[in-house]
Design a protein. Sequence first.
Length: 126
Amino acid sequence: MSQRQQTTQQAGVDLEALSDLCTPWCIRVAATLRIADHIAAGITDVDQLAVAAGCDARALHNVLGHLVGKGVFEETAPGRFALNETARGLLGDSARFLDLEGIGGRMAYAWGTLPTYVRTGAPGYY
């Protein structure tokens, strides 16, 4: 273990967890595709979810599998998903700000310009 890893562990800071981009992007993709709404409507099989959401079933399964591991959604049987209390937060308009095809996408783009701001001091997003 490197000195830096030892120092951050001793301080109780998990840099890997703090810098995880996979989880927030998977949440945003699930919100954009309205996966929680489809499950609430009774579509629980990943193949049927993919058809309803207009996406690839294998890729969707990977995204949902990651989210299940993080406590968002439940996999009740292989390839079958259900809402849990956390996933209910993605229902309807409550997750609109996460939708990458709307305001959520504009916010994500704005954060993507942070290096420009830090390097130059000028706004990166217009």
